[in-house]
Ligand binder design. Structure first.
Ligand code: AMP
Length: 282
């Protein structure tokens, strides 16, 4: 595995692969890697000749300074995981390398970015579009891999790709969970032991709501999930919305869509957790 820190080295490694006629897959990450990230790398390994993984805590997508400051950084462990997973090139740049000058681009990402995480995390998706578009320009991958844990992010990236005309395939990958159902996340390590013990109620309520939804309205289903989670001390639902899985727009009737996904964010103590579940996809 080749570890590179500069754009020049990255481009040179990619150029060599390209000239040898190899296909290139990219997995963008912010490090503190776990099994969820590894599943993206595994899928990328299967579908491409060369696997490039970026590990970069992107400051422009953090709307909360404290979150950026305390974001876990585990560079050596990340390299070991990536080496074992068969990654070919890992790109671990500094902030100055990615942003030699401030990125002033303002994306208009349209309706997919105007709901849920959009208003809750002002500037977040713009920062995601900035860094991911830069990575796409540096690597020009054939395919890029993203986790469905960040469900709305995939729709936003698809829109950015459409607007900028990138020729690549976006590959969504299923959520990887802990044995007790909690979606794996780099932020889980910040949970206190007490909060870690109750956090699995998020996925439990989401799962139970699949059955509940069979005989209840969208509104009742939202109340069922929100009420069930808020009943736990230390848990507070920020939002639970059931949306069309393509447009991200909230639905009010089940018949409004052929693809219904429930997207949730929950404060568990001061850690913000995110998850989602698909009700149906026709
Ligand atoms: P992050 O490092 O949190 O920015 O995540 C990098 C990529 O890994 C994103 O595409 C995430 O959606 C994906 N990812 C993070 N956690 C999981 C998980 N538990 N299951 C599947 N994908 C994940």
């Amino acid at each position: 595995m080749l570890t590179v820190t500069t754009v020049k080295e990255l481009k040179s490694a990619v150029k060599q692969a390209r000239e040898a006629g190899k296909s290139i897959g990219l997995v963008p990450t912010m490090g503190a890697l776990h099994e969820g990230h590894k599943s993206l790398v595994d899928r990328c390994r299967k579908e491409n000749n060369v696997v490039v993984v970026s590990v970069f805590v992107n400051p422009t997508q953090f709307n909360n300074k404290e979150d950026l400051r305390t974001y876990p950084r585990t560079e050596e462990a990340d390299k070991a995981l990536l080496e074992a997973a068969g990654c070919d090139v890992v790109f671990m740049p500094t902030v100055e390398e990615v942003y030699p000058e401030p990125d002033t681009r303002v994306f208009n990402l349209g309706p997919v970015a105007e709901v849920m995480e959009g208003p809750m995390r002002p500037g977040h998706f713009n920062g995601v579009a900035q860094v991911v578009s830069k990575l796409f320009m540096m690597v020009e991958p054939d395919r890029a891999y993203f986790g469905e844990k960040d469900f709305q992010q995939i729709a936003v990236i698809r829109e950015m790709v459409r607007q900028l005309g990138f020729k690549l395939e976006i590959v969504p990958c299923p959520i990887v969970r802990e044995a007790d159902g909690l979606a794996k996340s780099s932020r889980n390590v910040r949970l206190t032991p007490e909060n870690r013990a109750v956090a699995p109620c998020i996925y439990r309520l989401l799962s139970e709501s699949l059955d509940f939804a069979q005989s209840h309205s969208v509104e009742e289903t939202i109340a069922f999930v929100t009420g069930g989670i808020n009943a736990h001390d230390a848990m507070e639902v920020e939002y639970y919305q059931i949306v069309d899985g393509i447009t991200m727009q909230p639905i009010t009737e089940w018949a409004d869509t052929g693809y219904a996904v429930g997207c949730i964010t929950v404060y568990c103590g001061d850690v913000r957790l995110i998850d989602n579940i698909t009700y149906f996809r026709k």
